[in-house]
Design a protein around this ligand. Structure first.
Ligand code: NAP
Ligand code: MG
Length: 498
């Protein structure tokens, strides 16, 4: 330790925080959720038994307890769902007036708002995310997406001036486990607004809010077959991708699977959008409001246990403020509360699955082995369930795996820079390009940085902010196509000359 560092360590704002501030448990009740023991597939407006006759158990990752049995859709089930979507497209959805389509979407948005507590609790039970996040982020944003796209349904010709937009037909949609209902909304709302029908496959580990959404679809009296939900693992997804009667595939998930899908679709004429991984740089300049920036760093990487494709997983700090930022960050990390996702005080919930926990563990081990310095605040992790303490690595070289690969967990790697050019070079030194953050008082510097960062979204003096009107998507291996905003409609229409 240098003399400077010793002095810093003695400063009152860097001292360990006494643990006097214990919070009493404040659990959200599970009563509002009524689970069935088993679920079928939602095809043609009703739940049907899987022709595959296969099922699996979905669990609560915070307690490793089973929640329900769900169906594993096979090839014949996928075919049945696509047929239902095709029939609904031909017989109802493509024929009804756009203003009528809008009414259904508004109805879905309102029902989601009315039932938001039920959905939030279920999302936290099945996915492990803190109720504070599912209640305040996932649910309001999911409803907002339906409201937003409802507004576009009868205004498509204004979205694409001088062109005649027409729906594509049947969209196959495959989503991940980090924001199960929100990703469903991102996929289904623009597809329906543009006049398509859908077959959606939720992730294997988080099917329950998608299955509850089927109830909303029925409550909104959507014509049968407009929305079909089929559960299952990657095999089900692969069947959906290769089904000959699907016109468009929308995928959010890993770059590896995204590449495989792109190979399968090459030459088929099916439309494709891919929203894949990320390894975003969160860049802190020496003139940034530091306490605010530290909040942004914490939100950037520990929000949703770091299971966020646009997570600010690489922190780039200007060298002159490095010591101060790191000490403030460590101090802030000591106040994070880890535990029961249904507790309203919880900041960091459970890791989504055993498989993901193992992946995080092995990448963190690689960081230690390669020579980075690890810090985890003292915290007591529950005995059952999948947990990982918030982690920060310093002394990280750009070549280390923890600086290169997407960890998809609560793990931050810290690098430093001396000039804006060096920050840009390091930030762009990644195969990904989904998002980035810039923290500085200077407006001109924000604009200059945003222009040179190869990332689909650049946040300035904030992080992980979403709005349905704002397009989201990547460069390079983070995929192509945009979700949200007017751009999000483009993926679901063919544009003829007017
Ligand atoms: P994944 O395998 O890419 O899963 C995404 C979705 O695709 C899931 O519904 C998945 O089903 C399905 N799928 C899997 N194999 C498929 C195939 N061959 N054809 C069609 N669909 C297929 O991702 P993961 O296994 O859940 O997570 C692995 C890593 O991906 C994570 O560690 C993270 O780095 C990254 N990831 C990124 C995002 C993102 O938002 N960009 C989201 C999730 C994960 P199953 O659920 O059954 O696998
Ligand atoms: Mg997978």
């Amino acid at each position: 330790m240098t003399k400077d560092r010793r002095e810093l360590a003695r400063r009152p704002d860097t001292a360990a925080i006494p643990t006097a501030w214990e919070y009493a448990p404040a659990p959200e009740s599970r009563e509002v959720v009524r689970l069935q023991d088993r679920y079928g597939l939602f095809i043609g407006g009703q739940f049907v038994e899987p022709l595959s006759n296969e099922r699996y158990t979905t669990i609560d990752p915070a307690h490793e307890e089973p929640l329900a049995e769900v169906a594993q859709a096979g090839k014949a089930d996928v075919d049945r769902a696509v047929k239902a979507a095709r029939a609904a497209y031909a017989e109802s959805w493509s024929r009804i007036r756009p203003s009528e389509r809008a009414k259904y979407l508004f109805r879905i948005a309102r029902i989601l708002q009315e039932r938001s507590r039920e959905f939030a609790v279920l999302e936290s039970m099945n996915g492990g995310k803190p109720i504070r996040e599912s209640r305040d982020v996932d649910l309001p944003l999911a409803a907002a997406h339906f409201f937003y796209y409802a507004g576009w349904a009868d205004k498509l010709e204004y979205a694409f001036p001088n062109r005649r937009p027409r729906p594509l037909g049947v969209a196959g949609q495959i989503i991940p486990w980090n924001f199960p209902l929100l990703m469903l909304a991102w996929k289904i709302a623009p597809a329906l607004a543009a006049g398509n029908t859908v077959v959606l496959k939720p992730a294997e580990t988080t099917p329950l809010t998608a299955l509850l959404f089927c109830d909303v679809v029925r409550q909104a009296e959507l014509p049968p077959g407009v929305v079909n939900i089929i559960t299952g693992d990657g095999h089900t997804g692969a069947e959906l991708v290769s089904h000959p009667d699907v016109n468009k595939i929308a995928f959010t998930g890993s770059t590896e699977v995204g590449k495989a899908i792109q190979r399968t679709l090459a030459g088929t004429g099916k439309r494709l959008t891919l929203e894949l991984g990320g390894k975003a740089a969160n860049i802190i300049f020496d003139d940034a409001p530091l306490d605010q920036a530290v909040e942004g760093i914490v939100n950037g990487i520990y929000f949703n246990q770091g299971h966020v494709c646009c997570a600010g997983s690489r922190l780039l700090v200007e060298e002159s403020i490095y010591e101060t930022v790191i000490s403030k960050l460590k101090r802030r990390m000591q106040t994070l509360r880890i535990g029961d996702p249904l507790d309203k005080n919880t900041d960091v919930g459970a890791i989504n699955s055993k498989q993901q926990l193992e992946k995080i563990g092995s990448l963190v081990q690689s960081g230690v082995d390669e020579g980075a310095e690890i810090y985890q605040p003292p915290c007591k992790l529950p005995e059952r369930g999948y947990w990982f303490a918030p982690t920060v690595f310093t002394n990280v070289a750009q070549s280390y795996r923890i600086a290169q690969e997407e960890i998809f967990g609560p793990v931050l790697s810290v690098l430093t820079f001396r000039t804006p050019d060096e920050a840009i070079e390091k930030a762009n030194n990644t195969p990904y390009g989904l998002s980035a953050g810039v923290w500085t008082e200077k407006g001109s510097r924000i604009l200059a940085m945003a222009q040179r960062l190869r990332a689909g979204v650049v946040w300035a003096n904030t992080y992980n902010r979403f709005d349905p009107a704002s397009p989201f998507g990547g460069y390079k291996e983070s995929g192509f196509g945009r979700e949200g905003g007017r751009h999000g409609l483009e993926s679901y229409v063919a544009l003829d000359d007017a």
